[in-house]
Write a protein that binds this ligand. Structure first.
Ligand code: PLP
Length: 440
């Protein structure tokens, strides 16, 4: 009993089995059930098991995040940043929820348009675009785009003279993992000249955008950017433009969203009159917590000799690493948290899994101790391919064991299409859980 339609466009799905009866099961337990089922299938297919990591996507989490967005940012329409995660099933849920889409390339625009989304719901939020991409956008009817330099205005004049332009201004949160200000954004001492050139070319500037950086923690960075945006609105109005749109970009983090949102709202209220349309481009906020990744231990090196004597942790090698779904370890210095899954045969033949600290059976051949220290590495022959430098687990890990990594939906470089996510839908709010096994 699905509560939202299974996306027709998700062509990787040829079979959907709907299982109900999970009313009292929490979303995280449902994810574990889905993992358990997938592992059972993998092991059934072959005694050695498959070699691929897999994702579980909880579509109910998208809906919970969307509700959270609207509770904390009322009236601010999200344009989901497609670059963050372009899984078609995920995009389809957002399309059904009515969000807009921030696209940065032809491929991203195609992915969204293929879902039947109207081009007016797309913002081409890349201030430095290839002429071919600008021409493509115009051809498909995507007219709202950003700029932050003089040459871009010439490209836009040539290929999209009827564009609705947002001037992207410089903004920076010093504490962000990725400071986009180094690459994009016009400084305040250049905005007047840029606006004047746009006016001279007969282009239409409809608003201002900024992005304070991914993983922002300081609400003052938003306040400063909002104040700067107000200055640029006034500059534009003096030239004769009628700016109406303020785009407050992305950078929203799960763990400080509720504390940052009221500060951002107050800053907008203080600087901008009623009648300004305020939009945002959240990426990770929507995608990160939806996906759980499961990897398998393919090899192990127990330290011997002097390495053992000096306490170097044993080494585990898993079937995914920084060249796959863990690129954020390098790009964003993200610390990964592995959860060891214990898989055993139950009487019914169904596999059960447990977090390490829940294991207590007698006769379990694994030794329970607090002293199992490991480093975890990816499958390549590259020595930079290290996923976890050091972790202490409560039990021993062997070849064939599985690790679960939560919050893996914001991997900008992920290769989701190559490991189709198993999709479940958990919705407490409807006092009902649906679980769908969507099989590649
Ligand atoms: C223009 C733009 N908008 C939105 C985002 C999404 O940012 P986040 O995932 O931090 O919300 C990005 C990320 O790079 C971006 O470049």
């Amino acid at each position: 009993m699905a509560l939202i339609p299974v996306p027709r466009q998700a062509s990787n799905i040829d079979k959907a089995i709907h299982v109900s009866g999970y009313r009292k099961t929490s979303p995280s337990d449902l994810i574990d059930l889905a993992i358990e089922s997938r592992i059972a299938r993998i092991l059934k297919r072959s005694a050695i098991g498959g070699d691929d990591p897999f994702f579980v996507a909880d579509l109910g989490q998208i809906i919970r995040q969307h509700r959270r967005w609207h509770q904390n940012m009322p009236g601010i329409r999200p344009f989901y940043a497609v670059k963050c995660n372009c899984d078609p099933t995920f995009l389809k849920v957002l399309a059904d929820l009515g969000t807009g889409f921030d696209c940065a390339s032809i491929e991203e625009m195609r992915a969204v348009l293929n879902l039947g989304v109207d081009p007016s719901r797309i913002l081409f939020a890349n201030p430095c675009k290839a002429p071919a991409a600008v021409a493509f956008a115009r051809e498909v009817g995507v007219l709202r785009t950003t700029f932050d330099n003089i040459d871009e205005l010439d490209t836009i004049k040539a290929h999209m003279p009827d564009a609705q332009l947002l001037l992207r201004i410089y903004a920076n949160d010093e504490g962000a993992f990725i400071c986009l200000g180094e690459k994009f954004g016009a400084h305040l001492d250049t905005t007047e000249e840029l606006l004047a050139r746009a006016w001279e070319l007969g282009l239409n500037v409809v608003g201002v955008s900024f992005h304070v950086g991914t993983g922002a923690t300081n609400p003052a960075s938003f306040c400063n950017a909002i104040k700067d945006a107000r200055v640029v609105f006034l500059q534009a109005e003096r030239l004769g433009f009628h700016p109406k749109i303020l785009d407050i970009g992305g950078g929203y983090q799960d763990n400080c969203f509720e504390s940052m949102a009221p500060v951002i709202r107050d800053a907008i209220r203080a600087e901008f009159p009623n009648g300004t349309t305020v939009v945002a481009e959240p990426g990770r906020f929507y995608a990160r917590s939806v996906y759980t990744l499961v990897c398998r231990v393919i090899s192990r090196r127990r330290q011997l000799g002097s390495a053992a004597a000096s306490g170097i942790p044993d080494m585990l090698y898993q079937n995914d690493g920084i060249y796959g779904n863990f690129m954020n370890v390098i790009m964003e210095k993200e610390i990964m948290e592995p959860h060891l899954l214990k898989v055993k045969k139950s009487k019914t033949g169904i596999l059960g899994n447990h977090r390490t600290n829940e294991i207590s059976e007698k006769g379990n051949e694994r030794i329970k101790s607090t002293e199992h220290r490991y480093s975890i590495w990816g499958p390549t022959c590259d020595s930079t391919d290290c996923v976890v430098r050091e972790v202490t687990l409560e039990s021993e890990v062997k070849i064939g064991d599985w690790f679960k990594y939560r919050d893996m939906g914001g991997e900008y470089y992920q290769r989701l299409p190559s490991c189709f996510p198993l999709t479940i839908l958990s919705l407490h709010e409807y006092h009902c859980h649906s679980i769908q096994w969507l099989q590649p």
